[in-house]
Design a binder for this molecule. Structure first.
Ligand SMILES: *Cc1c(COP(=O)(O)O)cnc(C)c1O
Length: 389
């Protein structure tokens, strides 16, 4: 394929969903069944996802933001309570604390892997004393070293919600040499995932909460559906088959049966998608090896899920605009959350997280998704090299 043929095709975006005829068949079957919502495909998807991640429980919800909100509720975040997160994430990682009227503290990032810096977390924990929890994000698909974070959290009596939206299938190696998959609940109290179309597994809108804790699981299933339970073991009274109790103030954060049909179908291709993403990353790495482009760091003992392939360049705006003119829609992840006007009103300002801020000045996410063809990637690489040289 020639370059002009490729540039005549759809714009190449930084991420996109991949829908196969099997996916369409699975959704079609769900639509022809007795259930549109609250059917058997939800539990099937939850079970398959829990098995894939290696956790005990998985609770499917309407989106990743709802998953974060329910996680904060299940851990009982209250007005004024402090929670630490990273500024380099989607705003929802921080917003879930605000939904519960808690206070968000931003810890700067590690300049190498762009995830929350455990040393900065420790600084805050020592200074603030009364922090309730920590929300690390497996940014771009890079697994946070949760064993070390757990040790720190235990010292200060904190819970951990792992925002693993970018990282289904990624893992780090613990001190005993075991692979620990993101969201498996071995070190975090709760993991959360999103099934937005740009993420690894797409259901349109959708999310998942993972945990190994039975009490948290019970709380989550109730909170997902208005705080209502019909579980005889949990009822205070029982008047008969119709009887249910609203035991807490919950929400309608349910997912539908046909979305879970899509999720289960997509999950079957999760590993081949990860393999393809790693191959695309390798091709970028090789192509940029002799340039000034800063490539993603990967430690030897981790497996990167490559939700994003982020480079750093001096002339980010110039490269971004040039790529757009060539129909390549690279993206910036993320504008630091502490610099959003909403968070500035609480006193956050430029200079509070200098590593995150200088990362933001230079970062650019290149096209990265399993269905990106070799030809399309070659066109992206050629275009970038022709701009920087
Ligand atoms: C996508 C995403 C979310 C939110 O998920 P939605 O399903 O869009 O609500 C939260 N955190 C991170 C890191 C994300 O990438």
């Amino acid at each position: 394929m020639s370059n002009s043929e490729i540039s005549n095709r759809l714009p190449i975006s930084y991420g996109r969903q991949h829908i196969t005829s099997e996916d369409i068949e699975a959704v079609s079957q769900a639509l022809q069944s007795d259930y549109l919502t609250q059917g058997p495909r939800i539990v099937e998807f939850e079970k398959a996802f829990a098995e894939y991640i290696g956790c005990r429980y998985a609770v499917a919800v309407s989106n990743g933001t709802a998953a974060l909100h329910l996680a904060a509720l299940a851990l009982d975040v209250k007005k004024g309570e402090k929670v630490i997160t990273t500024p380099i994430t989607f705003a929802a990682s921080a917003n879930c604390v605000r939904y519960c009227e808690g206070e968000v503290l931003f810890a700067d990032i590690d300049p190498k892997n762009y995830c929350i810096d455990l040393n900065r977390v420790e600084d805050i924990l020592k200074k603030e004393k009364t922090v309730r929890g920590i929300i690390p994000v497996d940014f771009a698909g890079y697994p946070v070293q949760l064993e070390d974070l757990r040790e720190l959290a235990n010292k200060f009596g904190c819970w951990i919600i792992e925002d693993a939206c970018h990282a289904p299938g990624a893992w780090f190696t613990d001190a005993n040499g075991r692979e620990q998959k993101c969201g498996n609940g071995a070190f975090a109290d709760i993991g959360i995932f999103s099934f937005h179309p740009v993420k690894h597994i797409a259901t349109g809108e959708g999310g998942m909460i993972t945990t190994n804790n039975t009490q948290i699981f019970d709380a989550l299933t109730m909170l997902r559906s208005h705080g209502i339970t019909r579980n005889p073991a949990l009822l205070e009274e029982n008047h008969g088959g119709w009887y249910y109790e609203m035991q807490d103030l919950g929400y309608n954060y349910r997912i539908t049966d046909f979305q879970c049909a899509l999720g289960s179908s997509q999950l079957k291709r999760a590993d081949s998608g990860l393999f393809r993403r790693n191959k695309i990353a390798q091709t970028y790495n090789n192509a940029f090896a002799d340039t000034a482009i800063v490539r993603p760091f990967v430690a030897d003992d981790v497996f990167h899920a490559y939700h994003l392939y982020v480079i750093q360049v001096d002339d980010r705006l110039g490269l971004y605009n040039y790529l757009r003119s060539k129909n390549i829609f690279a993206q910036v992840h993320y504008i630091p959350v502490h610099l959003m006007p909403y968070y500035k009103q609480f006193g956050w300002s430029k200079g509070d997280c200098p590593i995150a801020e200088s990362y933001y000045d230079r970062c650019l996410s290149l096209p990265m998704y399993p269905s990106l063809t070799d030809e399309e990637q070659a066109y992206v690489i050629e275009t970038i090299l022709s701009y920087i040289q």
